[in-house]
Structures are given as C-alpha cells and as structure tokens.
Design a protein around this ligand. Structure first.
Ligand code: GLN
Length: 485
C-alpha cells in the first residue's frame, strides 16, 4: 500500500484503526520526496527530523485516543507562513536567512491539531506571480509536464500535493494564488472568505486581499483542513468573530435545486478551447445532478485586473517597506551611511517583479496620483463587490473556469508581465470582493494538462462552496488521478 496516494480522510482512518502509524506515513512521504523532488523542486526547506518527532508525538496521541482529524497527517506549508525555529524565506533573498521566533496562527493551529509538517514549499517571491518562476531560489516544475509551470504563487504547494510529496499543503491567495496553481496541477484549492482564517504570522503581500487556505487531493480534505485553521484570532484584527460551522456536516447533501450562476463575462475570447469544453462538461454534470444553471452578469469584471494591480501593488509597497536591512534578514552593509544601506539592501534583496510592484504601488499612492489611481481603484472595487451581491440574489453559487488556459511553458510569460497578470483574470474578482472560492479538477486538455472548475460562494458560505464542489467531484470522475513521475 502506497501511503502517499491516500487522501487525508483515508490516511486518518488507517491511523485510527492502527493499520499504519504516523511515523510510517511520514517516512513514506520523506522517501517520496527523495524520489521526486529532484524533478519537481517543490520545497525550499525540508525538515525530516522535526517531521519524525511530530509523527512520534502524533502516534502517542492516537494511542491515547485523543486524535483529531489531522493528527499524524504529513503536510507542508507555503514558505510564507512563519514557523518558529524554521527558516521562512517567502522565496526572497531578503529573507533568505530569516528564522522566525514564533509560529503563524495557521502553523500553530495545524501543529495543535497534530499535523506533521514536512517542510516549506517554494513560491513566487512575496507571493507575486502566477508561475513560481519569481522565486529567488529555483523554479518548481509541473508534475504533469516537467517543461511547464505549476502555476503560482503557491506553485510549490500545488506541485507537492500533485506529486504525492505531502497529503496537503497550505497556500495563500491574494488574487488567485491557491486556486490557479491548484487548477494547473490537478488538485483542489480553497480560498476562504477574507477574514475566516487568521493572517497573523503570514508574511503580508496585500493585506486587504491575502487569505490562507488549503491545497488538497479532495474536497473533503479541504473541508477537514479549513475546519482546523478557521476562526477568530485576537492577533488579527481583520479575522471574523463568528462561530465556525461544521464544514463536513452538510458536504454530501447534493446540489438538487441549487442555483448555479454562470457569468457571461467569464467565457471570453482567447480562452483555450480545451478549457472551455472541460468547463461546459462540468456544468452539464452539475445540471445532471439537479442543479439549476442560471445566467448572471458581473458587469465590472473587465476592470478587475486593473483594480487588483493598483490595490495590491499599493498595499505591497507599504508592507514591504519593513525590509530595510535593520529589522529582518539581509543587510548589505557599506560605509555610505543609513540611506545607502537601505538602498543597497533592497536592491540586492528584492527580485525584479517585487521591485516593479513597489514602484507601481508607490507611484499610485503618491500625492498627485492618489486620487486618479488608488482612490479610483478602491471605488471600482466596491462596484465589483456590488456585482457579486446582485448576482447572488439570483443564484447560490457562481461557476467559472479557474484560469483561461492550462499550465503554460516555463519561460513563456516571464518577459511579458501583462500576459502573466492575465493568468488571474478569473480569480482576482473573488479576492476584491472578499468571497470564498474553490478550484476543483474537472478534466484534462488534449496535452494531458489538468483543468480546474472554479466555484465562488457568498461571503462566509464555504459550506455551499464545499457541498457543490464535493458533489461535482464525486460525479466528475477525476478524483484520485496522479501524474507519473
Ligand atoms: N498572480 C497574482 C499576482 O501576481 C496573484 C498572486 C497571489 O494571489 N498571491 O499578484
């Protein structure tokens, strides 16, 4: 039995029945990492000794009858979550040697649930990108096609789950960075409602958009992980203080009578025909299950990319001001004085994309341009949110493609930031509106590249998102596919 092919649900049942142990499962995953990591490069840091110690502790807890659903399950974290005593780089040179003195709330909660952390996944530097090619360290390759990107920015997390290097990974999503790589790698990716999961200790990119969520093999697993990480946190003033529902309770209720909105603005020219046909087939499956498909309109969709790249860069320029060579990580020390030290440190520490965004964000926030750019973007953001509020009067959930194309070739979009930015055209509005969204595998292109179906829900209605995704997954026939490596 290859333990690395199991879902969290399956492995946790085996652990509870004592058919295997967490140490055994952890060793199986470490062996799998050894075999496949040379091809995929999904990790920045692997922590085998810590993982085995956590697995031993988990086995004791299971033996004592105190297991939680994640106890003993080997997982990984995007290298954006601070981990006490374990280097946390955000795939940036500026944090190359940063060892946090504390855990992010997400990391703490996963540890408290008894999960085994195998290591930290590669990502686009500071989560800026859609291909993981912006990592300062190395590229991650798509396990389905090693000449292609895994998507981004949580590309290491998605590739690791797809390659069987961990049972699940935690990612972050500011404009699509959980859902788009999940779609590219044929796994499930869930972005919860803004504020449902604490951002404390999650290195900030754009604070009004950033949200943590799981990348998993199944929708049920996404619900299990969300259950463990969701909830109010007094250390994050933007986390929502409402009770966390039982995400598994209604997951199998089906979609009979559920109104699924299809926004006409999301079936655009230029979309890969293989993607469109996979999505149309997935919609037929939902219809066959008793869902009612209704056309809806999100008229401000055309402004989403522009609004996002103003809001996100503005917030990033402010968040990244803290990397000054004094407080964290890298310092390039010369004799030119304080200002010179700042400049040299930031010049050496940040990659091109990060610098581009700091410049864009600083520009749009500066006196004289603020009203024309940042303020305008903030206003249009409200219109985008209102579009969703209107649309959700006519439907319970919205279905779209996750991305306009499947995974693209390594290097194909590096020189062309605008084309790269368009990879997120279908995922960005969800973050601007703060609503939850999931990407669930819904087929393959002719080149055998995975395609993802995106389902968006009302604010705090992860339950319906999970229920619809689960229904589709059970009927769709794509569950359990794994690339040959
Ligand atoms: N690809 C988008 C960007 O580059 C989204 C990134 C994200 O969600 N972190 O900003």
């Amino acid at each position: 039995m290859d333990l690395t092919t199991l879902t969290i649900k399956e492995l946790s049942e085996k652990l509870r029945k004592k058919e295997t142990s967490s140490v055994e499962a952890t060793k199986a995953y470490l062996k799998r990492i050894e075999e496949t990591e040379g091809k995929v490069h999904a990790f920045v840091t692997i922590t085998p000794d810590d993982a085995l110690a956590m697995a031993e502790a988990a086995d004791k807890r299971i033996a004592a009858g105190q297991a939680a659903p994640l106890t003993g399950i080997p997982i990984a974290l995007k290298d954006i979550f601070c981990t006490k005593g374990v280097r946390t780089t955000c795939s940036s040179k500026i944090l190359e040697n940063f060892v946090p003195p504390y855990d992010a709330t997400v990391a703490r909660k996963l540890k408290e649930a008894g999960a085994v952390i195998l290591g930290k996944n590669n990502m686009d530097e500071f989560a800026m990108g859609s291909s993981t090619e912006n990592s300062a360290f190395h590229k991650t390759l798509n396990p389905w096609a090693l000449d292609r990107v895994p998507g981004g920015s949580s590309g290491g997390s998605a590739a690791a789950v797809a390659a069987g290097e961990c049972a699940a990974s935690m990612g972050t999503d500011t404009g699509g960075s959980i859902r788009q790589p999940a779609s590219c790698c044929g796994v499930v990716g869930l972005k919860p409602t803004y504020g449902r999961v604490s951002r404390f200790g999650m290195i900030a990119f754009a604070s009004s958009l950033d949200q943590a969520g799981p990348l998993t093999r199944s929708v049920e697993d996404a619900a299990i992980v969300l259950q463990a990480i969701a909830g109010h946190d007094k250390s994050d003033s933007t986390s929502i203080d409402t009770p966390v529902p039982d995400y598994l309770a209604g997951i199998g209720k089906g979609v009979k009578g559920l109104k699924v909105g299809i926004p006409k603005e999301y079936f655009i020219e230029g979309m890969d025909p293989d993607v469109e046909s996979a999505i149309r087939k997935a919609l037929d499956v939902l219809k066959g299950l008793g869902a009612e498909l209704v056309e809806v309109t999100l008229p401000h969709t055309q402004y989403a990319v522009a609004v996002y790249y103003l809001v996100a860069t503005a917030e990033a320029s402010s968040n990244l001001a803290r990397y000054d060579g004094v407080k964290y990580g890298l310092r390039v020390n010369q004799t030119g004085g304080l200002l010179d030290m700042y400049k040299r440190t930031r010049d050496a520490g940040f990659g091109d994309e990060v610098k581009r965004r700091i410049m864009l964000g600083t520009y749009s926030l500066s006196a004289g341009y603020y009203d024309a750019y940042y303020k305008k973007a903030a206003e249009v953001r409200t219109l985008i949110k209102n579009d969703f509020d209107e649309a959700f009067k006519a439907c319970d959930i919205i279905a779209t493609p996750t991305a306009p194309s499947a995974a693209f070739k390594i290097g194909e979009r590096v020189e062309d930031p605008l084309t790269m930015y368009l990879s997120d055209i279908f995922t960005i509005s969800c973050n601007l509106a703060g609503i939850p969204g999931i990407s669930v595998p819904c087929g393959f292109t002719k080149d055998n590249l995975p395609v993802g179906l995106q389902l968006l829900g009302k604010s705090l209605d992860e339950e319906t998102v999970l229920r619809a995704a689960y229904s589709y997954e059970q009927a769709g026939g794509w569950l359990g596919r794994r690339p040959t490596l």
